[in-house]
Design a protein around this ligand. Structure first.
Ligand code: HEM
Length: 392
């Protein structure tokens, strides 16, 4: 690592434990920072990140536009930009609108209550592994209309490989296994569509596929990306959010008073998606720096979300904050397609957990994944304690 990169070493154990002081230093001293090892510009201001995300003509996710090939398993609505992406993105939005979100939420309440009730008898359990992951897998499975996968050894290995490869810029060795994992998951999704699904998003896709002029590969990869983002990201979010609240027990009452506003602030304050990348298509200027065609640009959403130019008291967790123009769900043509689902999950889990188990607490040491892209806990021991007397 070059001397200059000492300003930002994303995998330094201290930064993994708490990256926010580093983000702050970057934003204050060099907000459009050239990172030698990554060969990328690191953006930490809200205005610069928003500009990059809202101008796909200039900052693209389709790296082929600057001559960088996109491996087959990565081709999806995430790596196409308008106009190529537009029909697929609209199709995905229509597929979501066709779902019964009231029913999805009712089911989520029941599953959250039942799973927590079962885990209470264990004493201490891992909140992310034992609760948030099966819970979010249950939600996304219902939404896509397919049973949850069997979480066996093979599944865990593939999922770890995909997770690690999100940091392929820092760890190039992880790239190949990540592509193989994506391919395996896309095959899994292709089998749903071949099986004539009758429910959820998969049924919508199978029934309306003829409207779309995309290859099977792009279609299956897009559904895979939707499905995978649909459990991995909110599971991390729930772990981060509950940890944040358990470190601020004085704020639990405010959480329950207006849980939707609290969820928004938790996405801002401790959201899981820390960075997303784009590639510059034309020489341009950004924040006083010359960015060249072909340069990689990394928008640090988690840094932008604490930019004092955009938020009053940005380092303070204010569960009543409104408006809250955070970038935790992204912006523009790639903004999160599942934000409504994530919001339901946040509402359901925080309400159920803190109403039913007023003594819930962290019950051991926390460990963060060594991942600079998606922030979350690899170890989060929790115990629920007594059940509230007001819960039936
Ligand atoms: C708290 C939970 C979540 C957070 C913080 C989150 C965050 C994000 C962010 C920041 C992006 C933008 C990526 C970019 O610009 O490159 C994104 C995209 C996406 N998210 Fe989420 N997400 C969450 C939950 C979900 C869920 C539950 C689903 C599915 C049900 C989902 C599906 C997607 C998809 C498909 C995209 C890609 C959209 C596109 O490229 O057009 N996400 N998400």
């Amino acid at each position: 690592m070059s001397k200059r990169d000492e300003l930002f070493n994303p995998l330094d154990p201290e930064v993994i434990r708490d990256p926010y002081p580093t983000y702050r230093r970057l934003r204050e001293t060099d907000p459009v920072y050239w990172h030698e090892q990554l060969g990328a510009w690191i953006l930490t201001r809200h205005a610069d990140c928003t500009h990059a995300l809202k101008n796909p003509d200039l900052f693209t996710t389709d790296f082929r536009k600057v001559g960088v090939p996109t491996p087959g398993p990565l081709l999806s609505l995430q790596t196409l930009d308008p106009p190529d992406q537009t029909p697929l993105r609209h199709f995905a939005i229509d597929a979501m609108r066709a779902q019964d979100f009231g029913e999805l939420e009712r089911d989520a309440w029941q599953r959250a209550e039942a799973l927590l009730h079962e885990l209470r008898s264990r004493g201490t359990f891992d909140f992310v592994h034992d609760f948030a992951t099966p819970f979010t897998l249950g939600t996304i499975s219902r939404l896509v209309g397919m049973p949850p996968p069997e979480a066996d050894e093979e599944w865990r290995r593939r999922n770890d490989q995909l997770h690690r490869s999100m940091d392929a810029g820092l760890d190039p060795d992880s790239e190949e296994a990540g592509l193989a994992a994506r391919e395996a998951f896309s095959d899994y999704v292709a089998r749903w569509l071949a099986g004539e699904p009758t429910q959820g998003i998969s049924a919508y896709v199978a029934d309306n596929r003829s409207q779309l002029d995309y290859s099977d590969e792009v279609l299956c990869n897009s559904l895979r990306a939707f499905w995978h983002a649909g459990f991995e990201v909110p599971a991390r979010f729930l772990g981060n959010a509950v940890t944040t609240l358990l470190r601020h027990p004085e704020l639990l009452e405010a959480t329950l008073e207006d849980v939707d506003t609290a969820v928004e602030e938790l996405v801002r304050f401790s959201g899981p998606v820390h960075v997303v990348s784009r590639m510059c298509t034309k020489n341009t200027e950004l924040g006083g720096r010359e960015i060249s065609r072909g340069d990689l640009v990394v928008t640090v959403l988690a840094a932008a979300n604490r930019d004092p130019e955009r938020f009053d008291r940005p380092e303070e967790l204010d569960l009543t904050r409104h408006p809250n123009p955070h970038l935790g769900f992204g912006r523009g043509t790639h903004s999160c397609l599942g934000n409504a689902v994530a919001r339901i999950e946040g509402r359901v889990v925080l309400t159920t957990l803190f109403r039913a188990y007023p003594d819930v607490r962290l019950a051991g040491e926390l460990q963060w994944w060594e991942n600079a892209t998606l922030r979350g806990l690899s170890q989060m021991p929790v115990s629920l304690g007594r059940v509230s007397a007001t819960i039936g």
